[in-house]
Design a protein around this ligand. Structure first.
Ligand code: PRX
Length: 650
């Protein structure tokens, strides 16, 4: 174990896997020498490097300057005019790709829908006209609350086409979470659907919009896509059926030339406070960053079927279900439902049915598959697979090896990709035809990404030592600000370690310059790859009428990475009980969404605090980690002793 930069690093993994000659021979980047050359070129002359990549896309007007950097404010390709929807659609429709599948969608119920580039362009153009007819203008915000169905990417691309900002809100969030996000973004329109299928049941979506919108005066219209056919109450003057509006819309809508720095979308994510942050991405830089990383990291080829299993409600869906693959003219697969429905081999069936070549998923899913057992993937030959990827949290070497052996059959490289909602694009990852792989490491920073592990003071930590993961130079797909809160942008990302972008993650670098991500070092919890802040869950708990105080910490969970443990002090007159525990869990699910439901709820008379009144989460973490919460879970934790002790700490 080494202790440097105040973070301990314990993981040591010695295995190395070289890429096979067969994979290498057709890869976009075929050797470490090529990687090193690109990395050097990008470091020496970033303007030339990024300018060269940007030139592969379509620009209505060329840029004047590749990057204007006034730390922490960046402008990429300033003066240039571009449209991401154009680069995803029109650019390909003008070529032989016109009749190539852009999206293949499989519903949980088994039906398949394929949209060629031409068909998708027509749908997007029609929907862009629908948006305009409802008064949506360039710069307006549009909230999208949908499941995984083709209407969702159509809606996103239509917004991008006219320069409206989409803010996609994951369908698992509650009506309360919708209100927060719609209010912060001041969205004028909500796009939703009746429901979506998951695990054989309907996940209802429109009812949450009906609950939320009366508290959101900015919303003038709601568009409802019909997926399940469940009857809906439609509010006159406000609600419109998607299919009715589309029936009358023209399929011609030229893409709007947009300034490179025109805002593209907002995506809300958790930080260290109770209030989710609207991460703002802009057009030109995000297009360039997602285009090249999709091409290099997934080694995308025209023949490939690419399947990123992320929901479009998360950044992974934005960048690698939709924008990255489509800019590359690839075929991207979307699946609506649960990985284990009707049986635990659904994903492997999907891979066989559509002959998926590149498969990108989350460690939490891989650990779930391990639990279901290798017999499920082994029923399927999955010969089409040539490359695997992971994202969202550190992958433990055991899961990495299982993935390699049982899914990749020891034939497919694995790209462990590190990045964030804020980075917009993959930052640290192998180039699969070049980089030797080490299980559990995201390997090296991509060309053009200057990442490092440093101390609190910003000093580089020598190889082997743990420290803070930072990025030292701007990159094109970086967030530009937190919507409506530039001060928080400066403080959260650029002030903790002066002059550098602070990721919130701890990491170490080994002697080969490989990064080993150790996870969040702030109060952010990663449950099944989804970010939640402890404060957010605490705020939800204390909003319950019986709760006086709450503290939430993460504890390790074999399958989901981290689980949520809540310590709750009740208002006088209320007694702990199993019912109350369940009530509180359900309450949090209602306030935020079921992904935030605490796994353990423990009642206590007192919470340990410092003299200045800060809850000492460190102690609670130890309790949460140590204690099996089986049996009588309503027992009062006697934290008063610890509380008195920690009151003496400062
Ligand atoms: O802690 C890191 C973890 O996920 C965080 C970013 O979460 P989010 O913005 O929701 O985006 C997830 C998908 C891009 C990071 O700060 N993380 C992401 N990828 C990895 C990872 N941790 C370890 N290894 C990864 N490959």
């Amino acid at each position: 174990m080494s202790t440097q930069g105040n973070i301990d690093s314990v993981l040591t993994e010695k295995r190395v896997f070289e890429c096979s000659g067969a994979f290498r021979s057709t890869a976009h980047i075929q050797s470490m020498a090529d990687y090193e050359r690109l990395y050097q070129e990008a470091e020496t002359d970033p303007e030339k490097f990024w300018g060269g990549i940007a030139a592969e896309l379509h620009w209505f007007k060329p840029w004047d300057k590749v990057c204007e950097w006034n730390c922490p404010w960046a402008k990429w390709f300033s003066g240039g005019e571009i449209n991401l929807s154009y680069n995803c659609l029109d650019r390909h429709v003008a070529t032989w790709r016109r009749n190539k599948a852009a999206l293949i969608w499989e519903g949980e119920t088994g039906e398949v829908q394929t949209l060629t580039y031409q068909q998708l362009l027509l749908e997007v153009s029609k929907f862009a006209n629908v948006l305009k007819s409802l008064g949506v203008n360039k710069g307006d915000r549009v909230a999208i609350y949908m499941g995984m169905c083709p209407a969702l990417p159509i809606a996103m691309l239509a917004c991008a086409r006219i320069g409206a900002l989409h803010t996609v809100i994951f369908g698992g969030f509650s009506a309360h979470a919708l209100v927060d996000r719609i209010t912060d973004s001041q969205a004028c329109l909500v796009i939703t659907q009746d429901g979506s299928f998951r695990r054989g049941a309907e996940v209802k979506l429109k009812p949450a919009v009906d609950e939320a919108v009366p508290s959101c005066p900015s919303v003038k219209n709601v568009i409802v896509f019909q997926r399940t056919g469940t009857p809906q109450t439609m509010f006159g003057g406000r609600d419109h059926w998607w299919h009715e509006l589309m029936a009358h819309a023209s399929d011609e809508c030229p893409a709007e030339p947009l300034d490179s720095e025109h805002p593209l979308y907002l995506l809300y994510t958790s930080g260290t406070t109770g209030k989710p942050k609207g991460i703002l991405h802009t057009t030109g830089g995000y297009s360039v960053g997602t285009y090249i990383t999709a091409k290099w990291v997934f080694d995308l080829k025209d023949e490939d079927v690419f399947w990123c299993t992320a929901d479009l409600g998360w950044v992974t869906g934005h960048s690698y279900v939709l924008y990255g693959p489509l800019q590359n003219g690839a075929t991207s697969l979307m699946y609506e439902g649960a990985p284990n429905f009707p049986e635990p081999d659904r994903f492997w069936r999907v891979i066989e049915r559509h002959k998926v070549n590149v498969f990108y998923t989350a460690p939490t899913a891989i650990r779930a598959f391990m639990r279901f057992g290798a017999e499920w993937p082994l029923k399927h030959a999955m010969k089409s697979l040539r490359l695997l990827g992971t994202v969202g949290e550190p992958i433990n070497p055991e899961a990495w090896m299982w993935y390699r052996e049982n899914i990749g059959r020891n034939r497919c490289p694995i790209v462990d990709t590190w990045w964030q909602t804020e980075t917009g694009m993959i930052m640290i990852a192998p180039l699969p035809g070049a980089t030797p792989l080490k299980p559990g490491s995201a390997t090296r920073a991509l060309p053009g990404v200057i990442a490092d592990v440093v101390t609190r003071e910003g000093e580089p930590v020598p190889p082997g030592g743990g420290g803070y993961l930072v990025v030292k130079q701007p990159w094109p797909a970086m967030l530009r600000t937190i919507y409506g809160d530039p001060q928080r942008y400066v403080e959260q990302y650029w002030s903790q370690i002066p002059g550098m972008y602070f990721t919130g993650d701890g990491a170490r670098k080994d002697e080969d310059g490989y990064f080993w991500i150790m996870g969040r070092i702030d109060d952010v919890i990663t449950v099944s790859g989804h970010r939640l802040s402890t404060m957010e869950v605490e705020s939800a708990l204390v909003a319950h009428p019986k709760v006086a105080e709450a503290a939430v910490v993460a504890r390790l969970d074999d399958f989901r990475g981290q689980a949520i443990a809540a310590f709750v002090t009740l208002k006088s007159g209320n007694a702990p009980s199993e019912e109350l525990k369940n009530e509180l869990r359900a309450w949090v699910a209602k306030e935020i969404g079921s992904l935030a439901k605490p796994d353990d709820v423990r009642f206590s008379d007192e919470l340990p605090k410092t003299r200045s009144g800060k809850i000492t989460r460190r102690l609670l973490k130890e309790i949460a980690a140590g204690g099996e919460v089986k049996g009588d879970t309503t027992t009062l934790e006697d934290l008063s002793v610890i509380a008195r002790l920690s009151a003496q700490e400062e």
